[in-house]
Design a protein around this ligand. Structure first.
Ligand code: HEC
Ligand code: HEC
Length: 247
């Protein structure tokens, strides 16, 4: 315990002690096997944000990157890792090489028009943005810093390709004929947990179910509009950024 505490302390007190080219290579190997599935093979982003822009919302110092990679970001899809401190520093070194290649540039399109479309197309009927809207889909207040532009565009055109398990919908019919519908929060051998709009979080025992069907498609309709409307909408979504942390 004491050892762990001390090594954590050393990690925070120091700047990165592993910054040689060989460290970047070693970090890159780990990145490709453990991070690329979400951040892309070259850090260009996917399910997780683009890491090449040189902008880090959860902290930009060596110590912050070290902590965020070690612990993950609670409440988000970003998991923690079980590597040694030296290996995490090597990953930090590699991530720094990535963030020199990109540029933090707004995508094409008119965010003002996009915002108007967001209102007129009824997006707020399912999504919360800065306290306004509904919660029949994920909150979008910071979506511009959580997902890269290409992913946003794809989410609108082909919603079924990018559905997180938390947004699978299920219909569960009890022996007495009552049917509950909701998002699948959890499933195990004995129980299923659904987030329903009528009754909130419901835990149902599988043995009590006559029928249980999971739909992995998105509850969101694909965006039907012109290419330029799509570009404007993505430009607006991109402006929904977290405040940036310099620390
Ligand atoms: C299962 C998907 C997933 C994996 C695997 C993953 N990440 Fe992430 N990561 C995310 C998501 C999602 C976020 C954004 C969280 C948020 O801001 O809501 C994130 C955020 C980050 C951030 C903070 C970005 C910022 O702007 O502050 C860094 C740095 C990062 N990840 C590095 C890594 C590294 C390095 C690895 C591999 C060791 C890794 N991630 C593995 C999903 C993932
Ligand atoms: C009927 C409800 C509904 C409507 C209307 C709706 N969405 Fe969605 N949206 C969802 C759900 C549910 C998800 C999560 C599943 C998925 O990824 O498709 C989602 C996902 C998204 C995502 C991906 C979020 C992420 O975390 O990756 C974006 C971006 C998005 N919606 C934007 C929009 C925009 C813009 C509109 C209006 C043109 C819109 N949505 C209309 C329900 C809706």
């Amino acid at each position: 315990m004491r050892f762990v505490f001390l090594s954590a302390l050393v990690a925070f007190a120091q700047t990165n002690p592993h910054t040689a080219a060989a460290d970047a290579d070693a970090g890159g190997k780990i990145f490709r096997s453990h991070c690329a599935e979400c951040h892309g093979f070259r850090g260009e982003g996917g399910k997780g944000p683009n890491l090449t822009t040189g902008v880090f919302y959860h902290g930009s110092s060596d110590a912050a990157l070290f902590k965020n990679i070690t612990d993950g970001l609670p409440g988000t899809a970003m998991p923690g890792v079980f590597f040694s401190a030296s290996q995490v520093w090597q990953i930090v070194t590699y991530v720094r090489t990535l963030s020199k290649t990109g540029s933090f540039q707004a995508p094409a399109g008119d965010p003002g028009k996009g915002k108007a479309l967001f209102a007129s197309k009824g997006c707020g009927g399912c999504h919360l943005v800065n306290g306004t809207g509904a919660t029949n889909g994920p909150e979008l207040s910071f979506i511009g810093s959580q997902r890269p532009v290409d992913f946003l565009k794809k989410s609108l055109q082909f919603p079924n390709d990018t559905v997180d398990q938390a947004f699978w919908t299920a219909s569960a019919t009890l022996e007495n004929g009552t049917t509950h519908r909701g998002f699948v929060m959890n499933e195990d051998t004995y129980n299923v947990q659904l987030l329903t709009s009528a009754k909130g979080l419901l835990t149902l025992q599988r043995k009590d179910l006559r029928k249980y069907e999971v739909n992995k498609n998105s509850a969101m309709p694909a965006f039907r509009g012109t290419e330029s409307e799509l570009t404007d909408l993505v430009a607006y979504l991109w402006t929904l950024q977290r405040p940036r942390s310099e620390q």
